[in-house]
Design a protein around this ligand. Structure first.
Ligand SMILES: [Cu+2]
Length: 257
């Protein structure tokens, strides 16, 4: 009986956490993020209902067992096994299908989208903008010099890079897509912004594209979500989403930041 009570209380506590939401996600700031949240909520409602039904059935069985059951055991209902196995399979496949549809809606490498380069290294983030010519200058590993103020290894001989500028916070325009191209110069890092609902590994030797369209102005924390060394917990920056006209003004005046 005590066990039945404990199971019942655990179930009620589960409902409480779901409905009262003492701790929950911050609001999503992209259309894709809202879509994933809806998918998550749908999944939680369905699995929550099944969880509740299963827990209550368990409580019922525990309570009922106290009234001594005697007599010959009933034969098992084989068809029931088929029913719940098939129902579970259909349910999970439909959730996987709707989920994969919403994941597949992420755009990849569309032409004409503004590119911003993201550089991760132990233990900081840098962001490079191409300047008015909209082209990035070359970079080279051997040119990297933290003490010389060139932590990305930008090649000063490449004229395309003359107007590039590098910032310590990531500014993006609201309502306009930008393509982040992620680089790491040392170990694996992970670009994580809770409000984007996105975690993307940043792998040395690779250029990883990540398109985002932020719909809500504000400041959001960028954290590294891959344990990358002793300073990992300090590896943070800010994503600042500005109204598009303000962003354009900022960019126009940001040869030096
Ligand atoms: Cu890290």
């Amino acid at each position: 009986m005590l066990l039945g009570l404990i199971i019942f209380l655990v179930t009620v506590a589960g409902w409480g956490l779901f409905f009262l939401k003492p701790a929950w996600f911050p609001l999503a700031i992209t259309a894709a993020g809202v879509d994933w949240d809806n998918q998550f909520t749908r999944t939680l409602w369905i699995t929550g209902a099944i969880f509740t039904a299963a827990q209550l059935a368990l409580v019922w069985v525990i309570v009922r067992r106290r009234k001594a059951v005697t007599g010959p055991a009933k034969p098992e209902a084989g068809w029931l096994e088929y029913v719940w196995t098939a129902a579970t399979a259909i349910l999970f496949l439909s959730l996987a299908f709707t989920g994969s549809r919403s994941w597949a809606s992420i755009p990849v490498n569309r032409p004409g989208v503004e590119v911003i380069e993201v550089y991760a290294h132990q233990f900081a983030w840098h962001f490079r903008y191409p300047g008015p010519d909209k082209r990035f200058g070359k970079t080279a590993l051997e040119l990297i010099s933290d003490s010389g103020g060139n932590s990305l290894g930008i090649d000063p001989r490449d004229s395309r890079g003359k107007d590039d500028f590098v910032t310590a916070t990531l500014r993006v325009p609201v309502g306009r897509p930008v393509l982040l191209v992620l680089h790491s110069r040392d170990v694996i890092h992970d670009f994580f912004v809770r409000e984007l609902r996105t975690k993307q590994d940043v792998v040395p030797g690779m250029e990883i594209p990540l398109e985002i369209t932020v719909e809500k102005a504000g400041q959001y924390e960028i954290a590294c979500a891959e344990l990358c060394g002793l300073g990992h917990s300090q590896m943070r920056s800010l994503l600042i989403a500005l109204p598009a006209d303000e962003y354009d003004r900022w960019k126009a005046t940001s040869g030096v930041n």
